[in-house]
Design a protein around this ligand. Sequence first.
Ligand code: G3P
Ligand code: CA
Length: 333
Amino acid sequence: MRRIAIVVGAVSFTVMAGGGTALAEPSLHPSERISASPVSAENPSPERPLVAVAHRGASGHAPENTLAAIEAAGRLGAETVEVDVQLTSDGEPVLMHDTSLERTTDIEEVHPDLDSYDVGDLTLEQIEQVEAGSWFDPVFEGEPVPTLSDALDTLESLDLNLFLEVKDPEVHPGIEETLAEELSSRDHWMEQNPAWEPRRLVVESFDWESMEASKELLPSIPHGLLGEVPEDELGDYEWAHMVNPSHDGLTGDYVEAVHEAGYEIMPYTINEQDRMVELLELGVDGFVTDYPDVGQDAIAEFEGDQETEPVQEPEELADQLPADEPEAEPAAD
Ligand code: G3P
Ligand code: CA
């Protein structure tokens, strides 16, 4: 397994009393910016733990991008939740994956006369009148479309980490500034977890220019590039921490190249335990799944397999040599 290399001392992070949070990481090239858990005799090469990120909340169990899905993720033991964020026409960040609200809300019934059901064409007040739960299951009827602020409150109360995906920033001008303002107004999200815990906050997007702009506004926050960065361009994004591609067709060589370039890699979206384990065997640092409970099982299976790999003693290896193998004669002078 290839994971991010560790160079303790290359990074001047500070752990606060009580083992709580560490100060923001300095802006180093990813290859110099190291994950590290406490170094000890038992753990000489520490690294961040593997993470099963709950996709749009635990969206296999509850309606995506709702507080119910975030709460389900917490109940199922997830440590980190991914959600999608967009801006309403009056500039409020809300959780929504699709450009339009039609698939996941009752907006067509609530606002039958509107020309557009796109997030960016609706005010927060209009969006607050719809519900985003019953399309998934009647038991979730009445679940609102959350504001980012509501989602952050819930994540904080459940002590969950966040992968915040900025969706379609090209149709939401100024979204980077709005998100930076919201996040930086909350000390909780500006503080990093200790380097041996999962990252507290990663801002990510398929729009890499938007991420570069966001990184300038939030320099202490790790940023991720969604999609597959071509191998010959991996050196071009030294400000980013992660490259998170689709798992389809992902190869061990690509995982290694991403690591060699100094990024972490957590592919999306994997729901079968066997495939999760395959990806962990390729060396990924985690993955995104609709079923964080299955994801935790996959990580446990992978780590259990690693722990129980038989270690052969030299004598056992010698026993396996052919009995009639003649000993090599010393070479004649
Ligand atoms: O975590 C990445 C993943 O969420 C990207 O795909 O379409 O589900 O937003 P999508
Ligand atoms: Ca997403």
